[in-house]
Ligand binder design. Structure first.
Ligand SMILES: Nc1nc2c(c(=O)[nH]1)N[C@H]1C(S)=C(S)[C@@H](COP(=O)(O)O)O[C@H]1N2
Ligand SMILES: [Mo]
Length: 348
């Protein structure tokens, strides 16, 4: 009995343990917003400047983990005793955050990639997307008024300790992954893992949401570029090899030596944008100024593309994430629509 009292009365030394419930809440809300913003950006953008966002994203996730015990002690346990009607909504919120963080860690370390269509990264993204409405609800029903949270030394010290501990965890996991050869060691700055580079047979074939390979045989394929039908055999004669990385938002990347012709060699692109359309209806708009950096590929290493990889002809868009690499291309046309006037991802 005496022991029990002593334990609860003496303040914990660990600065994170000394944070007040309102302070833990505020930190968690800020971290979730930051994690969603940095994660969303590094998921959509395929260029190098997002490198740091991916690191910040990982540290945000791990800081949430470091704060979790304080959250459970300070608000989850007392909250569950209060039997509020919305308590299960709070539980769902917490569970989704934990699932998102756990899947993020499993993906990053490469300890578990998921099963079939359900990659660890997809579950991570899905859980994070479901967190958004619950976060809005949480902030609105428990508005942490700026004055109610003491922006004191305790908040500063506790917050900084949590972030520091998370950064140390992140660094340790990165160093360990590389040292012991965990799958997490071959991640690109986007967080994706390497699969089947320079080995097209091992490179995955992926469809966005629910698209699937068309039935038209390559011999009957009609490709139109800037209003003219382009003969595929003639196109194949004009290719040159180009090393480029396709980096799928599902969490893997693969480098290949593609046999390509740049779009700028095929027409003079004067419209506002270039629309690349697949036989399936899947399409993407690109700025016309990118024509020299976008390529039609008919194969890799001198071999024709596999059907799943977009045979007979696909787009190769270095520096852009997977969804831009339109497969089974039937038309490349100039468009008056600005390229920003489209959804960030196709809907098929
Ligand atoms: N027509 C069409 N093109 C597509 C897709 C699709 O679903 N339909 N998926 C895209 C996505 S999300 C990726 S990651 C790459 C994958 O290319 P791969 O299947 O050759 O690996 O193709 C892109 N091109
Ligand atoms: Mo993808």
């Amino acid at each position: 009995m005496l022991k029990e009292r002593e334990r609860t009365d003496s303040p914990p030394r660990w600065p994170v343990g000394r944070l007040r419930a309102s302070q833990v809440n505020l930190l968690l809300e800020l971290l979730i917003v930051a994690a969603i913003a940095t994660g969303g950006a590094s998921w959509m953008v395929g260029t190098g400047w997002t490198r740091w966002l991916t690191v910040v994203h990982g540290v945000c996730g791990l800081t949430i983990l470091v704060l979790a015990p304080a959250k459970v002690r300070r608000s989850v346990q007392p909250g569950m005793r209060r039997r509020r009607a919305t308590r299960w909504l709070s539980v769902a919120f917490g569970v989704l955050v934990v699932v998102a963080v756990a899947m993020g860690i499993l993906h990053a370390t490469g300890l578990w990639f998921g099963v079939g269509e359900w990659s660890a990264l997809w579950i991570h993204v899905l859980a994070a997307a479901l967190v958004v409405p619950l976060l809005v609800w949480h902030v609105r029903t428990r508005p942490v008024r700026a004055r109610a949270v003491d922006a004191d030394r305790r908040l500063l010290l506790g917050g900084a300790t949590a972030v520091g501990a998370a950064a140390a965890l992140y660094g340790t996991q990165e160093v360990t992954a590389r040292a012991i050869g965990l799958a997490g060691g071959n991640r690109r700055f986007t967080g994706s893992h390497e699969v089947g580079s320079f080995d097209p047979d091992r490179m995955p074939t992926v469809s966005w949401i629910n698209d699937s390979a068309p039935d038209t045989p390559p011999s009957e394929w009609v490709l139109e570029v800037a209003g003219d039908v382009v003969d595929l055999a003639a196109l194949s004669q004009r290719t040159r090899p180009l090393e480029a990385v396709v980096d799928c938002t599902g969490g893997w990347w693969s480098a290949q030596r593609w046999d390509v012709v740049p779009l700028s060699d095929l027409a003079d692109w004067r419209g506002r944008s270039i629309e690349v359309t697949s036989a399936t209806g899947y399409s993407r708009l690109f700025p016309s100024g990118d024509a020299g950096r976008l390529y039609l590929a008919v194969g890799y290493d001198g071999r024709p593309l596999r059907r799943g990889h977009g045979a007979p002809v696909r787009l190769v868009a270095p520096g852009r994430r997977g969804p831009w690499w339109v497969k089974w291309v039937t038309s490349v046309e100039s468009s008056d629509r600005p390229d920003w006037l489209q959804l960030p991802f196709p809907l098929t």
